[in-house]
Design a binder for this molecule. Structure first.
Ligand code: URA
Length: 198
């Protein structure tokens, strides 16, 4: 993987046939945002809108993600990187299957290696379980930082959970997690300034 850039990995992924999802997709939804982002969001899998447009989180969940980003982090999606555990749409938006998650995982690993984000926000159970290698649910995992491979992981609810519940508590907890992520990014930036000054 050394020396590869995001565009060449994306070009390879665009013709991926490692799992059954390849046969039903309109296109691979690889990821969007800055290749130098300190903060990466990982969702579950593309839905219908994402499959048609080729960009993660462009439907209702994405609108909420954009809003939370703007209101709690103070910027739009161009300064972060957004992707999913699974790069192709599961039929009828069903959950991704274990073999699909496993087949797709190397693409996510390449993205992590190349972008090298300091902080990862996992959105919902699938991303949280995949990254933190746990069977615990999001309710138990969210609300604090976890450390993984030298990075900070901040699990939070998937935006669709906030939409389903009509906002309220879930949305308030997501806001708190986004602030947690913002502070972790700031801390990582300060630490790297200190490290280069040493
Ligand atoms: N839900 C996800 O998990 N990912 C998307 O890209 C869109 C909706």
């Amino acid at each position: 993987m050394a020396g590869r850039d995001l565009a060449s990995v994306a070009a390879e992924a665009a013709v991926c046939t490692r799992c059954e999802l390849a046969s039903g997709r309109t296109q691979v939804v690889f990821g969007v945002g800055s290749a130098r982002a300190d903060l990466m969001f990982i969702g579950e899998a593309p839905g219908r809108d994402e499959d048609l447009q080729g960009e993660p989180f462009v439907g209702r969940s994405g609108k909420l993600l954009d809003r939370l980003m703007l209101e709690e982090l103070g910027h739009d999606r161009s300064g972060v990187y957004i992707t999913n555990t699974t790069k192709c749409r599961p039929p009828g938006n069903r959950d991704p299957l274990p073999d699909e998650l496993a087949a797709c995982r190397p693409w996510l690993e390449s993205q992590l290696e190349i972008i090298d984000p300091k902080v990862i926000v996992t959105l919902g159970n699938f991303a949280t379980r995949l990254i933190l290698n746990t069977r615990e649910g999001i309710t138990k995992m969210r609300g604090r930082e976890h450390s993984w491979n030298g990075r900070v992981v901040v699990p939070t609810f998937h935006p669709s959970a906030a939409l389903r519940s009509g906002g309220g508590q879930v949305l308030a907890e997501m806001r708190a997690d986004f602030v947690r992520a913002k502070l972790a990014v700031r801390r990582a930036a300060a630490e790297s300034v200190l490290a280069t000054a040493r």
